[in-house]
Design a protein around this ligand. Structure first.
Ligand code: PLP
Length: 356
């Protein structure tokens, strides 16, 4: 059945090995982030057999799927207070920034007779989660409160960059995390085990030997899956960008003009599209749409094809200048960027998976 996501497990394994060499070779422990492909269980088998340290995901449902695993499980998105019990049950460690939520985790951990580890998130300017780095009082007060909790272990600090503010990790900003950790350790006479220095946007620092001393963990999703470091969008050497490909079937092939006829309003998604007048061209409609992919982050493998537009269930392709004579029923193949991979795996009711 089409559309289908083809997962090349050999290429995934190659990317995994390269990520392990790069990150663990730098002296950091490694969290592999599994949300980008909805914690697929065939990929999980590769992770389980490898020497990564942690399976990390933003959704507790994905961590739950892992059941008995030899890896520690990490919840990346700040827990909802309402899911504290589930978090303690299915994650060994979680990233946190709100003391009220941490207290709920403590209650749940007491009930479940466990000690739950947390990383206190520090916001170094990207403006997503974490206590703002300049707010020293809030940082110290929070640590003081955490240390009173019997069933919570303050395992370390973490930072996330690039995801919201697009701030690039540098030696300068990551060093702030190390400085804050050192001050906390001195003030409270404790040892913080982990300083988690970010995601795939931090890996370029390894190559430049600029990851500050003290940062001893990275959480890597996209670089592992698609081989790109996300600070400057460079392909990492010897990684594959096509471990995942999408295949979809042509359901209509006709010659039409490229500019719609009549007064135009907004499209199915409320946007006012702009149409380029290319005259009469050969167009293919394929049976996959915005529900399953992000058309702006999907790349036809036949470089002569371009994507003209999309609705929820259709992609419209320009196949006017292709070398191959496409016909109805033919399969068109694509590489996927991160947002398309995320959607294709989330749309599992409609996008089949095939493993090679
Ligand atoms: C807190 C956190 N850490 C790490 C990651 C992994 O990011 P990336 O896929 O860019 O490596 C994400 C996003 O998935 C995240 O939210």
């Amino acid at each position: 059945m089409y559309p289908r996501l083809v997962i090349d497990l050999k290429k995934v394994k190659n990317n995994l090995d390269k990520t392990i060499n790069m990150v663990k070779g730098s002296g950091c422990s490694l969290m592999i982030v599994t949300k980008g492909y909805c914690a697929d269980m065939e990929i999980y088998k590769l992770l389980e057999a490898s020497n990564i340290d942690y399976l990390a995901d933003s959704r507790i449902q994905n961590l739950k799927k892992y059941g008995k695993t030899t890896k520690e499980r990490v919840l990346l998105r700040l827990p909802m207070m309402s899911e504290a019990e589930e978090v303690v049950a299915h994650a060994d460690l979680s990233l946190n920034s709100e003391i009220e939520t941490i207290k709920e985790l403590n209650k749940a951990a007491k009930t479940q007779n466990k000690k739950h580890k947390i990383l206190q998130m520090i916001d170094l300017g990207d403006l997503r989660e974490g206590i703002f780095f300049k707010d020293e009082d809030e940082i110290y007060n929070t640590v003081e409160e955490i240390l009173k909790l019997t069933n919570i272990e303050l395992f370390g600090l973490g930072v996330n960059l690039t995801c919201y503010g697009a701030v690039i990790p540098k030696k300068e900003n990551l060093s702030l995390l190390v400085e804050i950790a050192t001050k906390i350790e001195k003030r409270f006479n404790i040892k913080l085990q982990m300083l988690s220095g970010g995601n795939s946007s931090s890996v370029y620092l390894i190559g430049k030997n600029e990851l500050p001393e003290g940062i001893n963990n990275l959480r890597v999703g996209e670089a592992f899956l698609l081989g790109d470091e996300t600070a400057y969008s460079q392909m990492l050497e010897e990684f594959h960008d096509d471990a995942f490909t999408l295949e979809a079937e042509i359901i209509e092939l006709k010659e039409k003009q490229t500019v719609p006829i009549g007064e135009t309003g907004v499209d199915a998604f409320g946007n006012k599209p702009v149409y380029e007048d290319l005259g009469i061209i050969k167009r293919a409609i394929i049976a996959v749409g915005r529900q399953d992919v992000d058309p702006d982050n999907l790349h036809p493998i036949d470089s002569k094809i371009s994507i003209l537009g999309a609705s929820s269930d259709h992609l419209i392709l320009n196949v006017n200048n292709t070398d191959k004579e496409y016909k109805v029923g033919d399969i068109v193949k694509f590489k996927l960027s991160y947002s398309s991979l995320l959607r294709a795996t989330t749309s599992s009711a409609y996008v089949e998976k095939a493993y090679i």
